[in-house]
Design a protein around this ligand. Sequence first.
Ligand SMILES: [Zn+2]
Length: 709
Amino acid sequence: MLNQLIKEGSIMNKLLGLSGVVLVVILILTKNTCSRGESKKMMSNIKNISDIIELYPSTPQVLEKRVVAAIADAQKRIDAIIAIPDTERTFANTAQALDTLESRSNLSVVAPIAEFVTMVDPEESMRNAGQKALIEIVKFATDKINNNPVLFKAFKAYVEGNAKNEELSDEQQYYLQEQMKGFRRSGLHLPKEQLEEVKQIKNELMRLGLEFEKNIAIDARTITVARDELEGLSDDFIDSLKTAEDGKYILGLDYPTYFMVTDHCDVAATRKKLYQVFQNRGYPVNKEILEKIISLRDKLAKMLGFESFADLDIGSEMAKDPSTVRKFLDDLLEKVNVKESKEFALFTKDLPKSVALSPEGKFYPWDVRYIFERYKKKHFAIDETKIAEYFPMEKTVDGLLSIYQQFLGLTFKQVPISGLWHEDVSLIEVHDKLSDKLIGYLLFDLYPRPNKYSHACQGGIVSAIKSNSGEVNPALAIIVANFPKSTANKPSLLKRDEVETFFHEFGHAMHSLLGRTNLGSFSGTSVKTDFVEVPSQMFEEWMRDKDILKKISSHYKTGESLPDELLDKIIAAKKLSKGWWTQRQIFLARLALDYFEGSQKDLDTIMRSLHDQICLHQLFDSDDHRYASFGHLVGYGAKYYSYLWSLVYAIDLFSEIKKHGLLNQDIGKRYVDTILGKGGSKDPQELMIEFLGREPNQENFLKEMGFTD
Ligand SMILES: [Zn+2]
C-alpha cells in the first residue's frame, strides 16, 4: 500500500512527470479535421473486448513497431502544435492538442502497456522488450515534451495571447495554469545556458538517486547467531534459515526476516544486533551521496526561482508550501503525544522478560516492535490464520465487488477474456447502474507466478474521458496482486492485510474509471501526489468497520461471519500503538522536510535532534544512520508527509460518509460527483470542501485513531 505508491496512479503521468491529464480528446476526435480512418487508429478508443485484446502486443517485435509508430505519431503532433502561427492559436489546436498528446495519443497508451509488460509478462523476451520500450519512451517524452523549449514557447504564446480572448471553462483554465507551472518547474523559461545546466543537474540527480537506491538494494550484510539466540522463533522459520560454516544461523536484512526477528525473538541481544545492522544499510557510502543530492537539489530549486527544494517539491501539491506541512505536523504531534504517553505507560506496566528500559527510562529501539507484539499476543490473542478462514478469496472478492457496486451505483459484469499475457487474467465491465451505460473495463491479474511483479498495484491504461455533452469514452485499468490460489484441497484464504490491499487497489481502479474529466491530463488518478492515496485510503477504512467486516466475512467451512468478540478485538488492537506509529511518521516527515530546506546539512545531528524532540519514549541509538537507507528521500523528496496527510483527509471523508451509511447510494453518488469524478481537474482542497461542506480538518482522524474521545 503505502510503499507501493510509486507503482500507482496513472503510470504515463508518473513516467513522464506530467502534471495531470485530461479528457478533451473526444472533442478533438469528433470536432477536428482528422478523418474517421485516422481516428480509428487511436488505441485509446476502446469499444469492445477485442479492442482490449488488441492493445496487448503479441510479440516483442509488435511492441517495438508500436513504439516506433507511437513516437512518430507523437512527433507529428508536437510539430503540428509548434507550426501554428501564434495569431491562430486556439485552445483546441494548442492546449487540447498537447493534452491529447499526453493523455490520449498512442504513445500515452503504449507507455503504461510497456510498463505492464515488464511487470506481468511470463516471457523474458517480452519483459526485456518492455524495458527497452519504456526507456525509449521516457527519453522521447523528456526531450521532446517535458523539456522542449520550443513547445513551451508555443504554449506560452497561446496562454499570453489568444487564451485571453477565448471563453474557457474552469477546467481548461486550470489546465493552462498547471501546464505553465509545470513548464516553469522544468526551467523552460530560463535562458539557454541555464536550461542546459538545469538539465545537467537533473541528470546528475537521477544518477545519484539510482546509485543511492542501488546501494540499499545490494547491501547484503548479515549477522550469524546460534540456535539459542533465536529463542521465541518457530522451528519452521529457524530451519528455513541458511547456516554458516560454523553451523550458526544467518540472518539477512530482508523484511520478512527482519520483522520476524524484531517482532518475535525473545533474545534482546539478537534483536539489537540485527537492528543495528538494519539501520545502517547503505551506510557510509550513501551518506556522501545524500549530501550531494541535498546540495544539488537546493541549487536546482534556486535556479528555478524557489527558496528551497522543499518549496519546489511541495509547491505543486495540495499542501502548497512547506510551512503548511510543518503546521499540519506540529498540530498533530501535540495530540499524538498524549496518546503515545498513555501507550508507553500501558506497555511499561507489562514488559516482557527480555526487556528493560534504558537508564533514561526509554525503550531501546530494538525492543519496541517486540513489546507491542507480546502485548497483543497476551491481551488480544488474535490469530491471523484463524481470521483468514473467514476470508475465502472468491467469496470475499464477490462481497467486495457488491459493496463497491452498491455504494457507487455501478454494475459489474464478469466477461470471459483470453489471448492476453496469461490465462489467469480476467475482466469485468463496469456499467452505470441506472443507465446501464458502459463506463470502462477493469483487468485483474491476481495470482502469483514466477517473474511477476510481487506486490499489488493499480494502473490506468486508457484514460476516462467525458465530453461536454456527457459522452463517455470507456476507460481501461488493471489491478495486479499476488493472492494465494485455491487448490483442490485447500481454498485460497486471504489474510486481513490482503483483503485491505485489494480494497485499497480497487479504490484506485474506481478512481481511474470514474474520474471522467474533459481533459485527459486530469483523468482518474492524475491528481496531486499528496491526494492520490486519499480515495483509496478512504476505502481501506471500510475494512476497519465492524458492519462491513461482518458483511464480507464468511467462514470457508460454515459460512459464518466473523464473531463480534473477534471483531472487537481486531478493532481495539488496531489502535493499540497508533500513537507510537504516528509519532514515528511525523519524525520521518519532518526529517525529509528538514533535509530539503537549505543546502548544507549535518545529517546525523539533524536526525538525532529531531528524534529526541519527537520520539519521546524511544532511545536514539548513536549508531543509527537510517537516512542512508531512507529510499523515500530520493523518490519522494520532501514529500514523505503525504502518507500522513492523505490518511488524515481520507478519514475525514470516511467519517462523513459513515454518518450517512457506508452503503448509502446517495452519499456514494455525491462521492462520485464531487471527488472521484473530478479527477485532477480541480484543487483537491476545493473538492474536499465541496464534499464535506466545510474545510477538512484533523478531528475525525484524531478520533478514529483513539487520540481524542
Ligand atoms: Zn495506493
